[in-house]
Design a binder for this molecule. Structure first.
Ligand SMILES: Cc1cc2nc3c(=O)[nH]c(=O)nc-3n(C[C@H](O)[C@H](O)[C@H](O)COP(=O)(O)OP(=O)(O)OC[C@H]3O[C@@H](n4cnc5c(N)ncnc54)[C@H](O)[C@@H]3O)c2cc1C
Length: 321
């Protein structure tokens, strides 16, 4: 049972939780109302104490990574929203000198492009695909982030350290499953503290050349200069959401300040004035048109964060924490 806005409990001062933090400051879309509580715990112990307090107070905990795959309600969320930059921001490379089975252990809050660059500097490949994905390791593990040619984070995972039910535990690869934009970690309630990823020795120049190639391809095909949330809808089996949206005549379709990108139909962009309701309305209109045109039901790739019933476009979504 969630606490009502009128009767929100006061957190102990040492947990250092802020009240009513605007989440638009922390999301890639630059949209979103306030989090009832927001914290950046300095260490895992404080993180565990915050989750214990939230459980006692009947409040859900939501971890925010890069905020690049969420649409936050204009009314915000009655939740404890946590950013893990301070507690889970470290990176440790192992085995690269011996060139035997090199791997990197990265904190859940480490951003993928920075991690890919750090690997390249050590003549390690495997993470090139991640150079243009503006998410964190923890966020990438919720959706098995990847680029659609077989390269995704799941393929690299050796083990993941999580906080679950107040305990830190290690999940070996065999205990995890990875599919198209989904993993067994999604909606499990586990907070990703670190992930250990297997890498491959590869000359830095070649790794960097591949990353440049991938970034240039993005710049040619995606609206990188305007706020967006990456792909809005998942690709249905055997097809591409962008192709379906374009074929249904949705490019330029708008509601308020949000509209379907003219450059890539599976992107919604905005001019800075859009609300979350505008984005959700564009999504609903797109779903309606694609249903009418192709008879296909699109499902969102981005996640809705809000209290109560989600907007129509998210009605079938498996919720977050
Ligand atoms: C310009 C752009 C391009 C993109 N390109 C791609 C692409 O090519 N491929 C692709 O797969 N995606 C892409 N995305 C989507 C997005 O970047 C990925 O889904 C990314 O992995 C999300 O990570 P995040 O840290 O931003 O997650 P957030 O948006 O912050 O959160 C997403 C979910 O992950 C959870 N989460 C975050 N951190 C943790 C943690 N430590 N422990 C537990 N749960 C956590 C959140 O609670 C939430 O449920 C793109 C997005 C943008 C804006």
């Amino acid at each position: 049972m969630r606490a009502s806005r009128l009767s929100r409990p006061e957190p102990p001062g040492e947990l250092d939780l802020r009240r009513d933090e605007p989440l638009g400051r922390h999301t890639y879309l630059r949209i979103g109302g306030p989090a009832a509580y927001f914290g950046e715990p300095p260490d895992i112990d404080t993180l565990a104490r915050i989750t214990a307090w939230a459980a006692d107070a009947g409040l859900p905990v939501r971890v925010l990574g890069g905020g690049s795959n969420v649409l936050v309600s204009d009314d915000g969320v009655t939740a404890v929203v946590l950013a893990l930059r301070r507690a889970c921001g470290e990176v440790r490379f192992d085995g690269s000198e011996a060139r035997e089975s090199p791997e990197v252990t990265a904190g859940g809050a480490v951003m993928l492009p920075a991690l890919a660059r750090a690997a390249a500097e050590r003549d390690l490949g495997g993470l090139e695909f991640a150079i243009g994905i503006p998410g964190s390791v923890g966020g990438a593990l919720q959706s098995n982030a990847g680029i659609g040619d077989g390269r995704d984070i799941g393929a690299l995972v050796r083990r993941v350290e999580v906080l679950r039910g107040g305990e830190v535990c290690t999940l070996e690869r065999e205990a995890l499953t990875f599919g198209y934009r989904t993993t067994s970690l999604r909606a499990s309630g586990a907070i990703v503290l670190t992930a250990t990823l297997g890498l491959t020795p590869h000359p830095r120049a070649e790794v960097e050349a591949e990353m440049r190639r991938l970034l240039e391809a993005r710049q040619r095909s995606q609206p990188t200069a305007t706020p967006n949330a990456g792909s809005i809808f998942r690709n249905p089996p055997g097809d591409f959401a962008g192709r379906l949206v374009e074929a249904a005549g949705c490019k330029g379709l708008a509601a308020g300040g949000a509209r379907v990108s003219d450059m890539h139909a599976n992107f919604i962009v905005h001019d800075g004035s859009a609300t979350a309701a505008d984005v959700a309305e564009v999504m609903r209109l797109v779903c309606e048109r694609v249903r009418g045109h192709a008879g296909i039901e699109l499902t969102p790739e981005i996640e809705w964060w809000g209290d109560g019933a989600p907007p129509a476009a998210f009605a079938g979504e498996v919720g977050g924490r």
